[in-house]
Design a protein around this ligand. Sequence first.
Ligand code: MRU
Length: 313
Amino acid sequence: MDSIRWEGNALHLLDQRLLPSDTVWRTIDTWQAAADAIADMVVRGAPAIAITAAYGLALAVRTGADRAAAVEGLRSARPTAVNLRWALDRLESVADKHVESEAVKIHAEDRQVCQSLGRWGAPLMGGGVMTICNTGSLATGGHGTALGMIRSAIGEGRRVHVYALETRPYLQGARLTAYECMHDRIPVTLVADGMAGALMAAGRIDSVVVGCDRVAANGDTANKIGTYGLAVLARHHSIPFYVAMPMSTLDASCPDGTGIAIEHRPPDELRSIRGVNIAPDDANVWNPAFDVTPAELISAWITERGHWTPTRL
Ligand code: MRU
């Protein structure tokens, strides 16, 4: 399963908004279309939007667009995932004629990063593993981060059963993780977010593993809204709580979680599902896409290079 394909003069993105019912690939041929695809969540997941931004810059160069405007437009498409900035920073000093090959390299490297991270994380996985959002092949260049740890563990013969939280309001867990697991024959049970505590209390969860969008130097970790609550529940139940963290998600310039910009999404994402109202039209809404889990609730951060230790400030 993949979600990003580069064909030399155009980028093809699997429209993740329509999964699992429809498989539609969008053709992206300008940097503005790449930025819109990130903002509108055609593509989502921190590593996947970084790869898309890199290809977006390649499209800017190819079409003779103003490179500085493209960098700015792509960088601001979504504010929380620092990987987006990381990819554009990496391309900053790359000459126009090499931008495309560097973007292809970023894409290929991400797959290797996930596989390496998966190998480091696999020994931690076994039994009932709870996860939130989608951190699999769809969210990365392939294999996945948190879901990659699970995939690697299963590949090594460990028995793992995934409990996928549906992940309100955007339903990445229900629409994408359940779908991706079933596609790859990974045992999975879908649960609503509000069931996490009861499932832990029932003794069915051995660990929680999540992805991340930005990790501050002290280890405070921004990830999909609901992650913080899960970490609190896990601590209450003495269940280990792991963060799968590509090094590109570390923001060393950010001392702690208070400096992480949290994206707020449009109110209708909460008031309706696929155009069908599930709340009063004019209900007041608070809709942050991410929350910050304090470092002290996290048992370990697993990267492509092994376990990462935060700088204690
Ligand atoms: O809003 P999304 O779907 O882009 O949020 C994604 C997440 O929160 C993921 O956990 C994170 O980006 C890591 S993906 C490997």
